[in-house]
Design a protein around this ligand. Structure first.
Ligand SMILES: [Mg+2]
Length: 223
């Protein structure tokens, strides 16, 4: 972005519910399972919306494991369900929010980083099929809190911009990088309704609002 050319900036973007309409994707996924004899109720009983830390470790959603479970429980055709699901994953591009491309083209590739929480082969496939990876300097799918990843990717003196729909991730970033600028992205299509905390600099409804916030000169590092 031209107005920031004197300062090197790194923008860290979340994937689910920020770039990707996960709610709509999930609806489609339910449809794939339904077609293979799994009711919505059975689907939801074996589904996890967001990775959570439990005493046994990080619990996250993996549909390959889910299919195996449902195969045992309901006697569905696991192989066919898996095939249908992989086919469905190929349509991921259509779940990318319509303001994403325009947002990304305002920045150099070396300023953009995609960090997604909850490492599974499934998450990698989702991202791959959106064909967004080429817009980013790096795509990281991780089980660590994002602040740990940012610590490795940001050099001192660089401006950090962080976008996520989860307040806990924003909080960790702000604690580690008090000078960062953080956005809590609350899209109307999002699955969560995290509220603004003192760690959130901006609460926005979409990426267009992020661009406006950056352009209107009220960001604190603007010269
Ligand atoms: Mg998210």
């Amino acid at each position: 972005m031209r107005w920031l050319e004197q300062i090197f900036m790194k923008i860290f973007l979340d994937f689910d519910d920020v770039l990707f309409n996960t709610k709509s994707f999930k609806r489609g996924l339910v449809g794939v399972f339904k077609k293979n004899g799994v009711s919505k109720k059975d689907f939801l009983a074996t589904y996890k919306d967001y990775p959570t830390i439990t005493r046994k470790g990080l619990k996250k959603y993996d549909p390959f494991r889910q299919i195996k479970l449902l195969e045992k429980k309901l006697g569905i055709d696991g192989e066919k369900t898996k095939r249908d699901m992989l086919k469905f994953l190929e349509s991921c591009k259509k779940f990318v929010f319509s303001d994403v491309k325009n947002f990304l083209r305002h920045f150099d590739k070396n300023e953009l980083f995609l960090i997604s929480y909850g490492h599974t082969g499934f998450q990698n496939k989702k991202i791959k099929h959106t064909r967004l990876s080429s817009h980013f300097a790096k795509v990281v799918v991780t089980d660590e809190m994002k602040a740990r990843v940012v610590e490795r990717l940001a050099k001192s003196g660089e401006r950090i911009v962080f976008l996520d729909d989860r307040a806990d991730q924003v909080e960790e970033i702000k604690k580690s990088f008090p000078e960062s600028v953080t956005f809590l992205v609350k899209r109307k299509e999002g699955r969560y309704n995290d509220s603004r905390t003192k760690y959130v600099d901006w609460e926005v409804g979409n990426l267009k609002e992020v661009l406006s916030a950056m352009k209107n000169g009220s960001l604190k590092w603007r010269i």
